[in-house]
Every structure is written in structure tokens, then in C-alpha cells.
Write a protein that binds this ligand. Structure first.
Ligand code: AMP
Length: 436
């Protein structure tokens, strides 16, 4: 099957070829035909399946069809905003715009990305020009609608990308309000990584007789990702992080942590250790985030430290290492985090640093991914007997048994950290078996 055979024009097929796509992925093969026929779609597919192109390419094709039609009729009025993609975060919105632009390189299609946390005026100016497709986050879009700065009355196609994240983030009421303004809507696409009761409810509210495509992946986690974990004491985590980056000679590594404050502290410590690092999280200005991500992609900084929400939509080609400085609150976020590596057929390694709290938490992750994550011990970072017993499940404690304030945090003991800088070379020793 080729992109042309799916009913897409040569310009789109050429753009896919430029990106090195040899053939459509499964979701593209299944979705594009139905979308070109204007059917609603519920796509249950996680990132990495090629879902973006699956909904973007038919939109581009439809814009082109309208352009041809308008040219035939000598009519310029159809060159208005007809396509809308809504994303849960600005990072995903920007990533989507980049994808749309690259798929539309050989076409005469104008896009605009609108998102909060940055000046609204340039976005308003851009919307005053001819724009065919808008990518938006909910808050900014509602703001623009209320101010009468965006004309949504001709929008005929709406995509809600990562709808499950939108629900998690409490955007349902916003979506409902936006929908009320889309008076000319003909087609709705709902994309979600999971099919929970809330997504089912939303799809029954928004979609009419949808084509349902579920891309079942045998494992929740891409099997090209090697997963390992190192137990360590909380106060040695920062040191272990620098040590691993150094001894494994990591050229580019994405580090995840739960909080903005942790991200800042990690960056500070990495810089003290001579590693070029920057952070992306909700308190950073949009400009600072874009700069950090660009520098990371271009190799000017080695380590990007991100919180979970800030990292949504990050697509870094060839990223090999992801490190979880701590484990996320929700097991699904572990899957999102490590899914930043091993993209598009490549391999990757995901390393988790586990203090006593995380050692207990990792059981929830293992249950969720239905896999065991091998625990290795690093020389120089040995854990005490009690923690080893917990790790090897000789004593069972739940994560609620650990309160961070009781066990101390990763950022509490600077002096000890600095004293212990000269750790011996790593030799991983498995202390609990796993699938690898
Ligand atoms: P997505 O699931 O949309 O986030 O896409 C994940 C990755 O797969 C992105 O890096 C895309 O560029 C890539 N991709 C999308 N479609 C194809 C295809 N047909 N062949 C190869 N790679 C693709």
C-alpha cells in the first residue's frame, strides 16, 4: 500500500517520501480512507503509531480539494479557516504544527498555532491573514473566540488529539464550549491512547457513527526500549544521575521528574558537575522552553530535564536515553515518559532511579506494563539492607508507608553529595531478576 493508493495527492505522498516514510503505518492505512470519506473517527492509538499523519493528511487533502474547486469556480471566499486541531498542551500543539507544516511543504497551505502562556497579539495578527488550519490549546482558543478574534464558523473538521490527557486535565467543559461555536462542523476525530469509560462517554457525545480504530500494541511498552532501574538512597540520587550520564557517556539524555522545583534543582546540580543542562516545566516562559528544546535537539545541551506535562508531544529523533529521576504519580505517565525514546523503529534505554519511595511505587508500574523491570545495583551507590529487602520483596511495604519527609529528599543533603563525588566505576549487578 502507498500513500497515493490511499487517495492522497502526489504533493502529500512526496512530503511523506521526504520524511523517509516507505509506506503508511497500520493506523494510516485504516484511518485515511474513512477520513477522506468524511466519517467521524475514534482512534485508540498511542504516540509512535503514526497517528498524527493519519488525521493530518486527509485534512490537507480536503483543503487542496477545496482549493481546486474554488479555482474552477473563480471563487476566493473558500480560502478560510476550515480545519482545527486541539491539543492538551502547547508543546504538543507546537509539535503538531511542525508536523502539519512538513506534510504540507509542497502545498499552498497556511497554518497558525495558538496557545496560552505567550503574547496573544502575534497570534491575532496571524489569524487576520489567510489561514487554512489552526492548531490550538483550549484556553487560548476560548479566549480568542470570546474576543471575536478567530472566525470558527467555517470550520468543518475538528480533531481532538490526546483526548484522554484533555479529560485528565479537566478540559471537558472547555471543549463543550468550543464545540457550541463550531456551527459548520461536519467531521470530528477523537484520538486517545486509552479507551476508558470517560473517552467512551465523550465519543458518544461528540461523534456520529464513527469508524473505531484501535491499534492494539501487544505490550504497553515498546519492546525496543530496554528498561532498567537502580535503587539508591534519596540523598545520593543527584550524584548517581551525573555519574550515570558521565560513565555511560550519554550524548543526549532526557531526564524526567515530578515537580518544577526538582527540575530546577537537578539542572543546578548537573551544571555544578560540568554538564550542559536546561529544564522545561510549567513555570518557564514559552520562549525559554522552545529555546531549551531547540538547543537540546541541536546538541548544544546534553541534558534536558522535564516535568511530565512539559514533555508531552516532545518528538526527538534518535533520542536514546531517558532517565526517570523519580517515578511519576501515574503508571501511564511512566509509559509516556519512556516512549520518548525508541521512536520510529529505533532502540532506546530507559533508566529509573529509585529511592525507597520509588522502589515501592515501581510495583504499580510493573503491574501496569505487565513486565518486570530489572533492578541493578551500582557500586558506590549501594542501598542498605532494609531497602534491598524491599526491592527483592523479602519485606513488603506499600508506597504509602514511605513519607518523603521521613526518609529525606533527593535535594536535602548537599554536603554529603559533594563529599561523595568520587564514586568508583559502574558495574551493574542485578539484585532482582526481570524479563531482560
Ligand atoms: P506519531 O504517532 O504521530 O507521534 O508519530 C511517531 C513517529 O513516527 C514520528 O516521528 C513520525 O514522523 C513517524 N512516522 C509517522 N508515519 C510514519 C510512516 N508511515 N513511516 C515511518 N515513520 C512514520
Amino acid at each position: 500500500m502507498t500513500f497515493r493508493q490511499l487517495g492522497l495527492c502526489s504533493e502529500i505522498a512526496k512530503a511523506c517520501e521526504d520524511r523517509g516514510y516507505e509506506s503508511p503505518t497500520k493506523i494510516q492505512e485504516e484511518a485515511i480512507v474513512h477520513l477522506l470519506r468524511k466519517r467521524d473517527l475514534l482512534a485508540i492509538a498511542r504516540t509512535g503509531t503514526g497517528k498524527t499523519a493519519a488525521f493530518v493528511l486527509p485534512m490537507l487533502q480536503d483543503i487542496k480539494n477545496k482549493q481546486i474547486e474554488a479555482e474552477k469556480n473563480g471563487d476566493n471566499s473558500s480560502r478560510v479557516l476550515t480545519k482545527l486541531i486541539i491539543a492538551p498542551t502547547r508543546e504538543l500543539a507546537l509539535q503538531l504544527e511542525k508536523s502539519v507544516k512538513s506534510y504540507a511543504t509542497h502545498m499552498d497551505i497556511e497554518t497558525c498555532c495558538v496557545y496560552g502562556g505567550s503574547n496573544i497579539k502575534p497570534q491575532v495578527r496571524r489569524l487576520e491573514e489567510r489561514v487554512d488550519l489552526v492548531i490550538a490549546t483550549t484556553g487560548r482558543l476560548m479566549d480568542l473566540i470570546r474576543k471575536g478574534k478567530i472566525n470558527v464558523t467555517k470550520i468543518d473538521t475538528l480533531v481532538l488529539d490526546e483526548a484522554d490527557s484533555m479529560l485528565d486535565m479537566g478540559f471537558v467543559a472547555d471543549i463543550e464550549e468550543i464545540m457550541k461555536n463550531l456551527t459548520n462542523l461536519k467531521q470530528v476525530v477523537l484520538c486517545s491512547a486509552t479507551l476508558g469509560p470517560n473517552i467512551k462517554k465523550l465519543s458518544s457525545q461528540l461523534l456520529h457513527n464513527p469508524k473505531v480504530i484501535e491499534i492494539k500494541t501487544k505490550d504497553r511498552v515498546n519492546d525496543r526500549i530496554e528498561q532498567i532501574a537502580y535503587p539508591c538512597t534519596a540523598e545520593k540520587k543527584l550524584e548517581m544521575l551525573s555519574f550515570l550520564i558521565g560513565t555511560k557517556n550519554m550524548k543526549q539524555v532526557l531526564v524526567f521528574c515530578k515537580t518544577k522545583a526538582s527540575a530546577e534543582e537537578i539542572v543546578k546540580n548537573l551544571k555544578l558537575d560540568g554538564l550542559k543542562a536546561a529544564s522545561v516545566h510549567g513555570d518557564k516562559t514559552h520562549g525559554a522552553r522552545v529555546k531549551a528544546i531547540t538547543q537540546f535537539k541541536e546538541g548544544q545541551i546534553k541534558v534536558l530535564v522535564a516535568t511530565d506535562v512539559a514533555a508531552r508531544g516532545l518528538d526527538i529523533v534518535d533520542l536514546f536515553y531517558v532517565i526517570n529521576f523519580d517515578l511519576p504519580f501515574m503508571p501511564i505517565d511512566y509509559v509516556h515518559r519512556i516512549g520518548r525514546t525508541a521512536r520510529a523503529g529505533k532502540n532506546g534505554i530507559a533508566i529509573s532511579l529509585l529511592d525507597a519511595y520509588d522502589v515501592a511505587t515501581i510495583r504499580d508500574v510493573e503491574k501496569y506494563i505487565e513486565q518486570k523491570i530489572p533492578l541493578l545495583e551500582l557500586e558506590g551507590f549501594e542501598v542498605d539492607k532494609r531497602m534491598k529487602m524491599i526491592a527483592t520483596k523479602k519485606i513488603v511495604e506499600t508506597k504509602d508507608d514511605f513519607k518523603r519527609k521521613k526518609i529525606g529528599g533527593a535535594f536535602g543533603n548537599k554536603k554529603k553529595r559533594q563529599d561523595a563525588k568520587k564514586a568508583p566505576k559502574q558495574r551493574g549487578r542485578r539484585i532482582i531478576g526481570g524479563s531482560k
